[in-house]
Ligand binder design. Structure first.
Ligand SMILES: Cc1ncc(COP(=O)(O)O)c(C=O)c1O
Length: 498
């Protein structure tokens, strides 16, 4: 199954006031520096929650359906499920991941316009009825394997076709043909989906075309006797409030015109990057270095200097791993250097960053300005949650990259107040151990800033469920056997665990 490589047991560090995600990263860098200096990822689960709140404030009329392919980390899926999102899956593994989290099948869409028959059958068996389709062969396959399917026709948009250079979706003309064929085959068509990527230069125009085309398909559907009530405007929202507002401003008046609330049409969007990009930060280690003498001058805070030195660094993650989105044409922004604050007179050099494969495609950052680095230095890449981390487990023989989760106490309390941790699937984080489910254990840690804090960490033996001390760990631990955790985090924090 795709997904981040954490065990089914989630380790979530609860951060007290004054402790930040950067402190968590520092802590793990110190730990990793003592061993293999492997790259690792830190996930701030509160960031996911905060993005959800932003979405609700800025785009309250667009129901979010999370595209699992964007990041299929089980912890992310679990939290999003508890927040009540719908999900868009592209295959059987993704379907089973979301269904295992108790997501109602009616809130799941099986997308992809070329699905494996077995995956369609799996959807049918599990009552996932919303399937995307854009061609005749797919329609016939669906008719054979899933007679109860409710189809969403994927409409082409110029912007999507331009980005992928593949003709995604069908034209208005083919929609008519597919609607007629669906009727002949006894299949139901319930909606339309399209996608406009964030690279689209004119959002206003793109949404205008797409939504007026969608209206035409709804009208054709009505003529042919279909009662269509789902409009999915896809993803393409980068993560910034500004861009979400731009999309909202472009879409809102068009929805009012073409699909007013009285039409009863449910409007969905597929925000992937928006939800998960900011959740994960990646720490990588410099494992190789070459000095190149080229025409570039080194720059001292913007001024040309005399030297002609350029550095080529090798890091222990590349485009065949966490930086996969580079191969999809995205630019990877320059990283920051761990524990390095640039001072004005310090020299910075033109540098490039390469992955460990020594393959010429494995160039992660082509040009950036960095101070001179040494082997063993750490580089930090924020905003790494989307389109990359989910590929970590594609090579079973590869060692898995560690993923560490943390959450600010305020975010956790916010979740409890919002009822997420009490009613939703997040509850299982606390109860997994209680019930000794085979899926593992959830630990909640408090990372303390107090140097006098000498509490022992205990962990729970999965086979016996008994608490066992873990020596010399600088964290305070509370097991799920303390139900008080879920009643009041403050009470729990004030307990004397010494
Ligand atoms: C059909 C479709 N929907 C949704 C998404 C998610 O887009 P984003 O991560 O930009 O929100 C993509 C991304 O490629 C897509 O192709």
């Amino acid at each position: 199954m795709k997904g981040l490589c954490e065990e089914p047991c989630y380790v979530i560090e609860l951060l007290e006031d004054g402790v930040t995600i950067d402190d968590v990263i520092d802590g793990y860098i110190s730990e990793h520096a003592l061993v293999e200096r492997s790259a690792f990822v830190v996930g701030d689960l509160g960031a996911l929650m905060r993005q959800h709140v932003r979405w609700q404030v800025l785009a309250p009329n667009l129901q979010p359906y999370y595209p699992v392919k964007c990041n299929s980390s089980p912890a992310i899926i679990e939290l999003l499920a508890s927040l009540g999102l719908g999900f868009v899956c592209t295959n059987k593994a993704e379907l089973s991941l979301v269904l295992e989290q108790g997501v109602p099948p009616e809130n799941v869409i099986l997308s992809g316009v070329c699905k494996q028959l077995a995956h369609i059958k799996y959807a049918a068996k599990n009552n996932v009825c919303h399937l995307v389709c854009d061609n005749q062969a797919e329609l016939c396959k669906i008719a054979r394997a899933h007679s109860k399917a409710k189809l969403l026709l994927q409409l082409t948009t110029e912007a999507h076709a331009a980005e992928t250079s593949v003709a995604f979706g069908c034209s208005l003309k083919s929609c008519r043909y597919l609607l007629e064929l669906a009727r002949e085959l006894g299949l139901d068509v319930v909606g339309v989906t399209f996608h406009i990527p964030p690279s689209c230069p004119d959002l206003q125009q793109a949404y205008h075309h797409a939504l007026s085309d969608a209206r035409c398909v709804f009208d054709m559907g009505a003529e042919l006797g279909f009662s269509m009530n789902i409009l999915d405007i896809g993803g393409g929202i980068t993560g910034s409030d500004f861009q979400l507002q731009q999309v909202e401003c472009a879409v809102s008046p068009l929805l009012d015109a073409y699909f007013p609330p009285l039409s009863g049409v449910q409007v969905l969007a597929q925000p992937g990057t928006f939800y998960v990009a900011s959740v994960f930060s990646l720490a990588v280690n410099v494992i190789g270095k070459k000095v190149l003498n080229q025409q570039w001058g080194s720059l001292a805070q913007g001024e040309l200097s005399a030297t002609d030195t350029e550095f080529q660094y090798y890091i222990n993650e590349g485009v065949y791993g966490s930086f996969r989105r580079k191969l999809l044409g995205n630019t990877i922004p320059a990283p920051s250097v761990h524990k390095h604050a640039l001072c004005t007179e310090e020299l910075v050099y033109p540098s490039s960053l390469w992955g460990p494969s020594l393959d010429q495609l494995d160039e992660v950052v082509e040009h950036c300005l960095l101070p001179e680095l040494s082997l063993g230095d750490w580089l930090l890449f924020p905003n790494m949650g989307a389109n990359g981390l989910e590929e970590l487990t594609c090579l079973p023989s590869e060692p898995q990259m560690p993923v560490y989760y943390a959450i600010y106490t305020a975010d956790w309390c916010g979740m409890q107040e919002a009822g997420v941790a009490l009613d939703g699937t997040m509850k299982s984080f606390s109860l997994i151990n209680h019930r000794r489910r085979q899926s593992g254990i959830t630990f909640i840690f408090v990372r303390s800033t107090d140097p006098s804090c000498d509490h022992h960490v205990t962990s729970t033996d999965p086979s016996s469920g008994l608490l066992k001390p873990v020596p010399t760990h600088p964290l305070v631990y509370c097991s799920q056997y303390q139900p008080i955790l879920w009643d009041s985090i403050e009470d729990w924090l004030s307990l004397d665990w010494a």
